[in-house]
Design a protein around this ligand. Structure first.
Ligand code: F6R
Length: 612
């Protein structure tokens, strides 16, 4: 969570930073800030709220306007998802040292900040925020300045001071630092995402490539512990463990060899809304293409051999990705001899048993702290690790032995939609390959079945849901995780409380809550559990709960009991999983539209959960 950005180049830094932060807002959006080096002092904006609230009819920093002569501009920025201290102007980044000459932005958590802060206070430092991050600025002050009567004087290079500080802090972080008059940005990461874009006489650091592609498609991914500096003479990477080797002693050729420049194929158009009212809707409409790509990216030749050889698979993921893992586990165990153990990322570290078999992790962002930690835990047990992710170069791709990309393209809306469908594409194809391609033919056409779902009318169902405070979602077998994901989508973007149950479980307690005020959404398609499922729906209806069914609109047994049927044609297990999932995403979307919610940036959330 949180997005960071840094710019060094010939353009005015402030507008570049704010423009970039808008693209990073999906990572956190309760407050934001930027600091730009004005030569004699830092000019800053730190605000609670959204960047779009900032008036755009005035120059950002009027006193910098006369600075037109300057040909090298430096600044850093941050968009926040609060962890330590509530959203407020004072807790917004950048944070400063006591002299006000050093500014930092930080994504992640400094786990030992408390004792460090106490010591710094004893040493005479005063703090302006409740954040863990502010200690970084004060520690750099200690390492960088010598305090003289006439004022603080730098005693070493800023990059060296930052390196000293990395020896004192622990946790997960990506940090950018600048100081008055140095015309330099220093960056360091430890398990936090950070990319450096290398343009023509300009450089841009960011938490991901989205703000970078407007300026360049050439990027470098620094490793944990590397100290990266950009100045008007270029960029320098000081590799962890290089000891006292001068930061810029490495030749250009040496640097390129160690840090290959990746050329991104992403275009600016791919990250724009393209006429849709929300990114979420755009991303749902991309699902047919995304699913096709995901399914066809995996073949018996590209699947890691270990997945074919091992009989035991441990799957770890969080949130939506966990639901994709549930569907995979259900189908693979049904269609092969393999045993799948599924774990929630945040609970995996408490498991007492050793990690067994091959470890498979699923993560759209590739940055979810608990899922990345799971890969490391797998490594500790000498397990081979496979990561399914959407982001090349993300932390998980560096930790895992094998990476399978889901090819969904950038997902901007906080609620995962197309990435879930892409995960299913990869995972269902894996099931086919690992079980001897029982229904490979069905999967190769399944993307076409999404198209009619996009144009269904959801109005009647939306009317029922939008007036409720509480709802239930029910399904059986493989449709239980499908409705879990549907309920998650509804609650996160509409703020309606929605609980998912295996349909048979509802009468073991939750029935007490059923009333005309608690609509129930059910997936009921032909299959082995159809008869018992329709029986469950009758029981629900008898308790007065309004019933929305995803099923056959012509089935008399459904017409009898449903208040509304979202028509889904039964075509086969894999197709049905996809079509019902898409329909539930659209239902959640249209309910949230009706309620006027902030769909792409729901309250209290962030897209990439980089803290445990
Ligand atoms: C829900 C959602 C989250 C993520 C979860 C894991 O719409 O997006 O539940 O699925 O935070 O994220 P990744 O897949 O990036 O590890």
């Amino acid at each position: 969570m949180c997005g960071i950005i840094g710019y060094g180049g010939f353009r005015e830094a402030g507008p570049v930073l704010l423009q970039g932060l808008l693209l990073l807002e999906y990572r956190g959006y309760d407050s934001f800030g930027i600091a730009v080096d004005g030569g004699d002092r830092l000019h800053a904006i730190k605000r609670v709220g959204r960047i779009s609230d900032l008036p755009n009819d005035k120059p950002l920093f009027p006193s910098l306007a006369s600075d037109g002569e300057k040909n090298w501009h430096v600044g850093i920025g941050h968009t926040r998802w609060a962890t330590h201290g509530p959203p407020s102007d004072k807790n917004a980044h950048p944070h400063y040292d006591c002299t006000g000459k050093i500014a930092i932005v930080h994504n992640g958590i400094i786990e030992n900040y408390h004792p460090l802060k106490e010591q710094l206070i004893r040493d005479g430092h005063s703090f302006s925020s409740d954040t863990d991050s502010e200690v970084i600025a004060h520690l750099i002050e200690e390492a960088y300045f010598e305090k003289k009567e006439e004022g603080p004087i730098p005693k070493r290079r800023l990059a060296e001071a930052v390196e000293i500080v990395t020896g004192k802090i622990f946790g997960s972080y990506a940090i950018l630092v600048t100081a008055v008059g140095v015309d330099e940005i220093v960056a360091v990461r430890s398990s936090g995402p950070l990319v450096l874009g290398i343009g023509d006489s300009e450089f841009i650091f960011a938490s991901d490539m989205l703000p970078i592609i407007e300026y360049t498609n050439r990027v470098v991914y620094p490793d944990d512990g590397d100290i990266v500096c950009v100045t008007n003479s270029g960029y320098h990477i000081h590799r962890k463990g290089d000891g006292k080797r001068a930061l810029d002693s490495r030749s250009e050729a040496e640097r390129k060899e160690e840090y290959p420049i990746t050329v991104l194929s992403l275009t600016l158009q791919q990250v724009k809304k393209g006429g849709y009212p929300h990114y979420m809707l755009k991303e749902i409409y991309e699902e047919p293409e995304v699913l096709y790509q995901a399914v066809h990216s995996l073949t018996p030749d590209t699947i890691p051999q270990i997945l074919l050889d091992e009989d035991y698979i441990t799957v770890v993921a969080c949130g939506t990705s966990y639901h994709a893992g549930m569907i995979f586990a259900h189908l693979l165990e049904a269609m092969s001899e393999k045993i799948v153990k599924l774990e929630i990322g945040s609970e995996f570290k408490y498991a007492h048993s050793p990690v067994r078999g091959v470890l498979l992790t699923i993560s759209q962002s590739g940055e979810t702290a608990d899922t990345v930690a799971a890969v490391r835990r797998g490594g500790c047990f000498n397990r081979e690790t496979v990561a399914i992710t959407n982001v090349l170069g993300s932390s998980i791709t560096r930790e895992a032995d094998h990476t399978l990309l889901m090819h969904a393209g950038p997902e901007i809306s906080v609620a995962a939609t197309k990435s879930f469908i892409a995960q299913l594409g990869v995972l269902l194809q894996m099931v086919n390959i690992m079980s001897g391609e029982i229904c490979g033919e069905e999967l190769s056409h399944v993307h076409k079945a999404i198209v009619p779902i996009l144009s269904l009318s959801y109005d009647a169902a939306v009317d029922i849901c939008a007036h409720s405070e509480h709802m239930f979602y029910v399904g059986r077998g493989v449709f239980y995780p499908v409705v879990m994901e549907g309920a998650l989508k509804l609650k996160e973007i509409s703020y309606i409380h929605a609980e998912a149950y295996a349909a048979g479980e509802l009468k073991h307690g939750p029935f007490a809550l059923l009333s005309p005020e608690t609509p129930v959404v059910a997936v009921c398609l032909p299959g082995p559990s159809y008869a018992v499922m329709t029986g469950n729906l009758k029981e629900i209806k008898a308790r007065g709960a309004p019933l929305i069914v995803l099923g056959d609109p012509h089935a008399p047994e459904l017409i009898d009991i449903a208040d509304c049927i979202i028509p889904i044609k039964h075509e086969g297990m894999m197709t049905d999983i996809i079509t019902t999932s898409v329909a539930l995403q659209l239902l959640a979307y249209y309910v949230a539209v009706k309620l006027g919610r902030d769909i792409d940036k729901p309250r209290n959330l962030a897209k990439s959960v980089t803290v445990e």
